[in-house]
Design a protein. Structure first.
Length: 286
């Protein structure tokens, strides 16, 4: 089945303060963000017409921009209002939103202090990131860098280059996604989602010190604690996976998604995974 290209769709996008026709939202080929990765973005979901954790997403967009030495020329309130204007303009009740900010084309060199910061927000229907009930992960070739090597706590476009390469390689091997290690060889995350494991009735998840402490990650931790499930944020090594009973990914796009396999390690879709899927689904629609 062919996929409708994202540059040729009906609809409306908010761009630099105005609602514009989807096909008219263009940027120049010599845009700094395209050449040097000077771009930050968010991924958000709307349920029943309400954007889940909108204020937290917008705050993270601004925090990411600050880490990337970019000043967004709008207030957080203006961005929040623009998100709802985009949903209304496109008649979307349940959908996905993509706010993005990037450096423009005023300068074409590594230094770009005089470039204009552009902002756009698009929205579209996106029912499910993965179609399978439980997914499989291969091992990523590339590793998450240290905080001394990159602005790892920014949701910056350039940090996703190794994610794209890792996901492509694992997909060619028959997997749905890739599990990434960090620079120390510790389990980190999937290419666009945080990872949790279940062992002995408790949750185990890597410490988010060199990758995003995701909004969904924090939400699921709070839900688990509310259900009386102990959460262990700790170092997890690859050889520990054979002792884990359950595994799932969490993120705005994937929501809460069970994992059946990572490499040669197999997991069941168990009680805790099901409880947290149910609790998360109820929360986002409440």
């Amino acid at each position: 089945m062919s996929i409708l290209p994202f540059d040729d769709r009906d609809g409306t996008i908010w761009m630099n303060g105005q609602l514009k026709s989807w096909r008219d939202c263009k940027t120049h080929v010599l845009t700094h963000g395209l050449h040097y990765g000077s771009s930050v973005f968010e991924g958000e979901r709307s349920y029943g017409g309400k954007v889940f954790k909108l204020e937290e997403h917008t705050q993270r967009l601004f925090d990411s921009a600050k880490l990337m030495d970019m000043k967004i020329p709008f207030s957080q309130q203006e961005i929040n209002e623009a998100c709802y204007r985009v949903l209304e303009a496109n008649n979307i009740v349940d959908g996905y939103l993509r706010p993005v900010a990037w450096r423009g084309s005023e300068m074409m060199a590594v230094s770009a202090q005089n470039t204009k910061i552009h902002v756009a927000i698009a929205a579209w229907s996106w029912p499910a990131y993965f179609k399978n009930e439980a997914i499989s992960l291969g091992w990523a070739k590339y590793r998450r860098p240290s905080a001394e090597s990159a602005p790892v706590h920014a949701k910056a476009a350039g940090l996703y280059m190794i994610c794209t390469l890792s996901k492509h390689e694992c997909e060619t091997q028959g997997f749905d996604d890739a599990l990434m290690l960090d620079y120390r060889g510790q389990v980190a995350e999937a290419t666009g989602a945080n990872v949790f494991f279940v062992k002995g009735g408790e949750l185990h998840t890597p410490i988010a010190d060199c990758f995003l402490n995701g909004i969904t990650r924090r939400t699921v931790i709070d839900l688990a604690k509310g259900l009386g499930i102990k959460v262990n944020e700790r170092v997890i090594m690859p050889d520990e996976l054979s002792d884990m009973q359950e595994c799932f990914l969490v993120g705005t796009a994937v929501e809460v998604k069970p994992v059946a396999r990572i490499g040669d390690n197999h997991f069941q879709v168990g009680d805790i995974s099901n409880k947290l899927m149910e609790a998360y689904g109820a929360l986002v629609r409440s």
